[in-house]
Design a protein around this ligand. Structure first.
Ligand SMILES: Cc1cc2nc3c(=O)[nH]c(=O)nc-3n(C[C@H](O)[C@H](O)[C@H](O)COP(=O)(O)O)c2cc1C
Length: 345
């Protein structure tokens, strides 16, 4: 029903408007008696055989919603009822910020992809924390943290620490985001020295605050082999708990969408199908070099149960979706859960 009826309707709207309309509708339907329970049952998301424990987190199932979809933690209840086992809120910054001017989100239907340059539009860490105080326990919530656009990289650590302190009592894991292409200079924090300093500072803060949630690093798919090796070394040296691979890409190769259209859209991160192969490659490399202990969350171009299995087989413990969810709808969650049940994962 989503693909044949709802998606064509939603796609009549500008992408960002469509997001608001869909979330409004979802909220509306979820207050109808029993709809929440019916949706949850349909999604298979709370079947006990799907549970997965790692690093002290009890994931109800292996499919999560990637960061950026529910940046401000407004819809986690409704999204939980669609069957997600985990939701990564954020990226949140210490202070609220509007993000880049619109239009900043574009569909590439021929490629089943999106390009976005949202630029961390969010209502700030304090407001996110307030919402998460009413969070359910039956859902894993990750806090994806970043820095404000006007904070220079030399003071970036302070922004991450502010977000960490604000969220420490309301999230189940942290994701340090140094990989979004839409905050100028952010990805420079993926370089060895600044990254080491940032992770050490966050780990130290965690010790100081007696916060024992796993801390993960979210990385870009555009890292060179050398950078990826540096990341592996840093994860091992700093005792980081794992990695989320991957964020959106700045690459534009192999697209079906015309180059004129791509040029008109301009800068931004590409997500969805064109990212699938590279993301899987990064996951496989990370698993090979980080060993079994690390928590690896895989994202990038998952649009079917088979895509999710590909990421799991490459070494992901948990998978996340964003673009595939926009194109495929809630049936994707059920399909993934069903496949995992079948595979007895
Ligand atoms: C519109 C949009 C906004 C996003 N915002 C964030 C964000 O704020 N922080 C982040 O770490 N990733 C963000 N992402 C990246 C996703 O979390 C995910 O890593 C990426 O899109 C790859 O997964 P996908 O191919 O399933 O979309 C965003 C993606 C999209 C499409």
């Amino acid at each position: 029903m989503y693909k044949s009826l709802l998606r064509p309707l939603f796609f009549l709207f500008q992408p960002e408007k469509a997001h608001k309309v869909t979330m409004g509708l979802l909220r509306f339907f979820m207050v109808i008696p029993f709809v929440d329970r019916l949706c949850l049952a349909f999604s298979l998301g709370r079947k006990s055989a799907l549970r997965f424990d790692k690093k002290g987190i009890r994931f109800p199932n292996r499919i999560g919603l990637a960061a950026g979809f529910d940046k401000d933690g407004k819809y986690f209840r409704e999204l939980k009822n669609l069957g997600f086992g985990s939701i990564e809120v954020g990226t949140v910054t210490p202070r609220p910020q509007p993000g880049n001017p619109a239009p900043r989100l574009f569909r590439l239907p021929a490629d089943e992809a999106l390009i976005n340059r949202m630029g961390f539009n969010n209502e700030g860490a304090e407001s996110l924390r307030a919402r998460l105080e009413k969070r359910p326990d039956s859902l894993v919530i990750g806090g994806n943290i970043g820095k404000n656009k006007d904070t220079p990289n030399e003071s970036a650590v302070d922004d991450y620490l502010t977000c960490f302190r604000e969220l420490k009592d309301v999230v189940d894991y942290f994701a340090i985001n140094v990989s979004s292409p839409n905050t100028p200079g952010l990805r420079a924090l993926q370089e060895k020295e600044p990254l080491q300093e940032l992770i050490r500072a966050v780990r130290e803060e965690a010790r100081h605050q007696e916060a024992d949630q796993p801390i993960l690093l979210k990385i870009a798919p555009d890292l060179t082999q050398e950078q990826l090796d540096d990341i592996i070394e840093i994860v091992n040296n700093t005792g980081l708990d794992g990695v989320i691979a991957t964020n959106t890409t700045i690459a534009r190769n192999g697209l079906k969408t015309s180059s004129d259209t791509i040029e008109q859209i301009g800068a931004g991160g590409l997500s969805g199908k064109p990212l699938k192969h590279r993301a899987t490659e990064v996951i496989a490399y990370l698993r090979e070099h980080l060993g079994d202990e690390a928590l690896i969350i895989g994202a990038g171009g998952i649009a079917s149960a088979a895509d999710a299995m590909e990421k799991i087989n490459a070494g992901a413990d948990i998978v996340q979706v964003y673009t595939g969810f926009i194109y495929e709808g809630p049936a994707l969650i059920r399909a993934v859960n069903r496949m995992m049940l079948k595979e007895s994962l």
